[in-house]
Design a protein around this ligand. Structure first.
Ligand code: HEC
Ligand code: HEC
Length: 244
């Protein structure tokens, strides 16, 4: 009986310690301004983001450095179909750099990825390398999709809202303005991000987008996510448009 009690106490203690660690992490991250705090200015580059943007990335080296990311984002960088891990192939290099450096600075909240993308795990040069590798990487796997019942409504909301202004008619985003491509992304991930953005818990969010998404109902979010997950890879649609 004593042994059982001892195991119980040990379990309880380790649970408390992990809670404490999580609190300490949260307190650390709180040092950088996030969306909603009075110091948050969207588009003001963090020193590390500016540093990485100046480096020249090498896709071959990036492919090697991406090994540390495969555990979650998978060997082909297509993420997980259920949306737990986003697809990274075809994302603009500038966006990859912004998102990774903001996770490192605690501006974007991503405790799962934090240890694997920290400065102990990858150098600024490796971030630059990974970014150019991912931007050009091909996806063969299909994206995870929704039920398909409200795709037309999703398109209407996306096009009537202010979304197209930034993310483009084909969900292609804007590399120069650092707006992410969101076409062909997994449904589950899109849905979760819109929910985070709406609730102000993603950490980094353009204030104009927060205003645009504010009035979305849960069903609106699902409809838009389903619509976007069914759009072709934005690079494919650009090539098609050029062919016309
Ligand atoms: C332990 C799992 C894990 C590992 C390892 C990991 N990530 Fe992630 N990553 C995630 C999760 C989870 C998200 C989505 C977070 C969210 O829901 O907002 C994410 C999001 C991202 C995003 C943002 C994508 C977007 O569309 O905004 C980028 C970029 C990224 N990861 C790059 C990397 C790179 C580069 C590495 C390796 C250095 C890496 N990740 C390793 C779990 C991981
Ligand atoms: C002013 C430009 C702007 C507008 C308008 C805008 N967005 Fe965004 N969106 C962004 C930026 C920038 C990010 C990346 C987050 C960041 O770094 O601030 C983003 C991120 C996202 C993401 C997460 C993508 C990822 O890879 O993690 C989704 C989903 C999204 N936007 C959907 C929408 C929808 C739907 C609308 C319309 C209701 C919209 N956005 C309006 C600029 C915009």
């Amino acid at each position: 009986m004593k042994k059982v009690a001892a195991i119980f106490v040990t379990l309880l203690l380790s649970l408390l310690l992990s809670w404490q660690a999580a609190w300490a992490d949260a307190a650390d991250a709180a040092k950088s301004p996030r969306f909603g705090s009075k110091d948050y200015i969207w588009g003001e580059m963090l020193p590390e983001q500016a540093e990485v943007m100046k480096l020249t990335g090498d896709p071959q080296r990036g492919k090697e450095a991406f090994r540390g990311c495969r555990g979650c984002h998978k060997a082909d960088a297509a993420g997980k179909t259920d949306g737990t891990y986003p697809r990274l192939t075809g994302q603009h290099a500038s966006v990859i750099i912004k998102q990774v450096t903001e996770v490192r600075a605690g501006v974007r909240i991503n405790p799962k990825m934090d240890p694997f993308s920290s400065d102990h795990a990858v150098s600024p040069q490796e971030i630059a390398d990974i970014a150019v590798f991912l931007a050009a990487a091909e996806t063969t796997r299909e994206s995870g999709k929704g039920e398909g019942d409200f795709v037309a409504r999703g398109q209407e909301l996306y096009e009537q809202g202010k979304c197209v202004k930034c993310h483009g008619a084909n969900g292609e985003g804007n590399a120069v303005k650092v707006y992410p491509a969101i076409a062909a992304q997994h449904y589950g991930y899109l849905k979760r991000e819109m929910d985070y953005i709406q609730r102000g818990v993603r950490g980094n969010s353009h204030p104009d987008m927060v205003n645009a998404i504010e009035y979305f109902t849960q069903r609106d979010i699902e409809a838009v996510a389903d619509y976007l997950s069914r759009l072709p890879d934005h690079r494919q649609s650009l090539a098609e448009r050029k062919g016309k």
